[in-house]
Design a protein around this ligand. Sequence first.
Ligand SMILES: CC(=O)N[C@@H](Cc1ccc2ccccc2c1)C(=O)O
Ligand SMILES: [Mg+2]
Length: 368
Amino acid sequence: MKLEHAELYLVRLPLKFRFETSFGTQTERTLLLLILSGEGLEGYSEGVMEVLPAYREETLAGALHLLETALLPAVLGKDWENPDQLVQALAPFRGNRMAKAVVEMAFWDLWAKSLGFPLYQLLGGVRREVPVGVSLGIQPSLEATLDLVERHLAEGYQRIKLKIKPGWDVQVVAAVRERFPTARLTVDANSAYTLADLPVFRELDRYALDYIEQPLAYDDLVDHAKLQQALTTPLCLDESITSATEARKALELGAGRVINLKVGRVGGHLEARKVHDVAAAWSAPVWCGGMLEAGVGRAHNIHLATLANFTHPGDTSSASRYWAEDIVEEALEAREGWMPVPEGPGIGVTLRRDWIRKRALEVRRVRS
Ligand SMILES: CC(=O)N[C@@H](Cc1ccc2ccccc2c1)C(=O)O
Ligand SMILES: [Mg+2]
């Protein structure tokens, strides 16, 4: 696959609702879109980094700079037989896994299109639709939370994830569990607590949650292992798992028993498959996390979530939940808690190119 040139777009999309987590409130997303061109074909990917380093440490500005000055020049103008070769060319650059994922994921889409296969078949997918749940931001009141949970359960979502933060945790979980005694519930703290909050987690341990997601620091494993020993409820790691090696260390330490796997966080599909396989070797389920992606990132996530060990419902809910207008033509809609994988070569979605060009905050062209 000869890579010839690339276009980076910054696109701002207003969210249909305010999305509050322990690290702040979002009402829009500014996303980085890559179009990687070669042999008359185009591969697409979206970055999961944000303007500010609130989730992990990468930022849009940093990624844009690194992609334009180093990562794309390292791969353009060359012929790559497969993603593994391309990933090795990016290895000399330390960290920056979200930025590297942008290149690697667009290459997988382009490579799959050149071979005429849907991406999920090249990844080793075993299903044509994936189980989906929904991640609900922190709401203004208990009543509002209960109404929102009710609505999404009625839509068939298989799991409800509640964002929590200090001062908004036990009471909201108790109220939801009391109203919905059999619903599959999880909480996501996005690293807002410390081991000193053990009493809060002992309380949460009583509500039959599927798991408690990333309670402690975004780059920690040791304290999570201590917390897991004190609880019955499994811990699920998200921010802490940046690679297959981190996943192996986490599972070896007992820092968690479930992994929220995000292809954009770990550096792309090759690394995501390694995390998936390491977790399977430790009998730890994975599920497909979300980063409020638009249609390109969402499609990549759905293809990855077709792998066998993705057994818990993911956060790849319908795009129409988030966006009045998406960057792709296709409507990625869940039906009764299941999201069908887009058919067609590669990730199987069509860019709304004119609409993107009109709305783009910035376009950078990179040639070999
Ligand atoms: C759907 C979900 O809960 N996602 C992340 C948190 C998150 C929340 C808000 C975000 C806003 C902009 C970019 C990334 C974001 C990630 C998580 O699983 O922890
Ligand atoms: Mg999370």
